[in-house]
Design a protein around this ligand. Structure first.
Ligand code: SF4
Length: 184
């Protein structure tokens, strides 16, 4: 797998301060894609063990809340296979920190409720390591600048542990000050 960019101290792609990894390769081809250059699986730099170690080390400080995976498309099968051992290492090292994943595939497509090309032999194992899945393709006509951590209103911030426990899609709850735009 190749990656396009790593953003350290990112506050735009999940709560708190995070390290965000933008992987290469995406087959969605959304109109008005913000990152068309990353459609190419060969774009960017190889995701070497040294790069992975650098990311893990960046997450060590107490002020870093977690890791975010974006693209491109992290949930293309080829990228899932490369990400699984890395996310396993992250969770082993930082069990109290969160992993957010942004995917153009929906939860239903990824979990097999709607059979789709994104499902492969490691999908369930990888999803089990994520805390939040931001799902669905960016839709220009549903773009809303007031939305936190997502671009268009069709995209859902899914709390995966709660979803698994409830047996139905359960959305991640933001702090009231952000979800209502009112101070406590
Ligand atoms: S899923 Fe993201 S990277 Fe892929 S085409 Fe759509 S907007 Fe672009």
């Amino acid at each position: 797998m190749n990656y396009a960019t790593i953003k350290y101290c990112d506050i735009a792609n999940g709560p708190g301060v995070r390290t965000s990894l933008f992987v290469s390769g995406c087959t969605h081809r959304c109109p008005n894609c913000f990152n068309e250059i990353a459609w190419d699986f060969g774009y960017g730099q190889p995701f070497t063990p040294e790069v992975q170690q650098q990311i893990l080390e960046s997450c060590a400080p107490g002020y870093v809340t977690g890791l975010s995976l974006l693209g491109g498309e992290p949930m293309e099968p080829a990228n899932q296979r490369a990400l699984l051992p890395f996310v396993q290492a992250f969770k082993q090292q930082y069990p109290g920190k969160t992993v957010w994943c942004y995917s153009g595939y929906t939860y239903e497509q990824l979990t097999g409720a709607e059979p789709f090309r994104c499902r492969c032999e490691v999908t369930d194992e990888l999803l089990a390591l994520f805390d939040v899945l931001v799902d669905g393709r960016f839709e220009q006509e549903l773009y809303d600048i007031t939305l936190r951590f997502r671009g268009s209103s069709n995209q859902r911030l899914i709390d995966l542990p709660k979803t698994r426990a409830a047996g139905q899609v359960t959305l991640w709850q933001d702090k009231a000050v952000f979800s209502t735009h009112t101070m406590d």
